[in-house]
Design a protein around this ligand. Structure first.
Ligand SMILES: Nc1ncnc2c1ncn2[C@@H]1O[C@H](COP(=O)(O)OP(=O)(O)OP(=O)(O)O)[C@@H](O)[C@H]1O
Length: 252
């Protein structure tokens, strides 16, 4: 395993001891571009939270080679972000510098330059004083990418970064991901858009509560593998329903 890699060893993840992802082993090499795909409920977001260090495994372990958790930037699903929080674009993007300067640290000239160039890179110059609550979905996603640019981490985790945004914004953000990869950063993204996964990520993990395939994207997202993933998640959900019925002896 090379420096900067993340190794998963027979990892089980879940909530309140209920497993959501089982038997996951593999290595995210430093500099990898990995798409995590699979049907709804497959465990994709759960895996990303675990990689970000927010959800300790129920079993197995995740080993970070030469990486501290502060080296990992994490973009949660849009629904988990408080868009109504009263903060303007400049302050929101500046929060990306917090790991370096601390919560109450002074934003010096170097950080100001970094923040300005991040806003320029996502095409949001002139939006500095806009409250984030007034932005469109696409503009908000650009702001979130600007914050990631300021965070400047070697590992970047993106949970559904392209959900419900326009094609032009998607193109611009895909270019930023390509730039991160050229710079040797590791990018792991949960994606429902398989065409984008094929276009922007050489590797894919197809997940259906357990791994179906982890390797070249074209092969991971073959029709046969996608059909297998759907069947497995449906079967898992049916079993879960049966369990719930068994656990409710007083139900009518
Ligand atoms: N906080 C939580 N508490 C309890 N169960 C959870 C929690 N978050 C997710 N789950 C359950 O874990 C399983 C996997 O969910 P997860 O969100 O990881 O799937 P996903 O593949 O990201 O789905 P989607 O594509 O719909 O976003 C689901 O059965 C879900 O209900």
């Amino acid at each position: 395993m090379s420096a900067g890699a993340i190794r998963l060893e027979n990892v089980t993840l879940g909530y309140e001891r209920r497993p959501a992802v089982h038997h996951l082993s593999g290595v995210v090499e430093a500099g990898a571009g990995l798409a995590v795909c699979g049907p709804n409920g497959a465990g994709k977001s759960t895996l990303l939270k675990a990689l970000a260090g927010l959800l300790p495994p129920l079993g197995g372990r995740i080993v970070y080679d030469g990486l501290a958790l502060r080296d990992i930037a994490y973009l949660p699903q849009s629904a988990e972000i408080d868009h109504a929080f009263p903060i303007d674009v400049l302050d929101f993007v500046s929060m990306g510098a917090m790991r370096r300067i601390g919560l109450f640290g002074r934003v010096g000239a170097g950080e100001r330059t970094r923040i300005a160039s991040a806003l320029a890179a996502v095409g949001l110059e002139g939006f500095e004083e806009r409250a984030i609550g007034t932005l469109s979905g696409g503009q908000m996603q650009r702001v979130l990418f600007a914050r990631l640019l300021v965070e400047d981490c070697p590992v970047i985790l993106l949970d559904e970064p392209f959900g419900a945004i326009d094609a032009r914004t998607i193109d611009d953000l895909v270019k930023i991901i390509a730039r991160w990869r050229e710079e040797g950063r590791t990018v792991v993204a949960v994606l429902h858009e398989h065409d984008l996964a094929r276009r922007a990520f050489p590797q894919a993990l197809l997940l259906a509560r357990e791994p179906i395939f982890w390797g070249a994207t074209q092969e991971a997202l073959s029709e046969a593998h996608l059909a297998q993933a759907s069947r497995m998640v449906e079967a898992f959900d049916r079993e879960a329903e049966d369990c719930r019925r068994d656990e409710a002896p007083h139900a009518a």
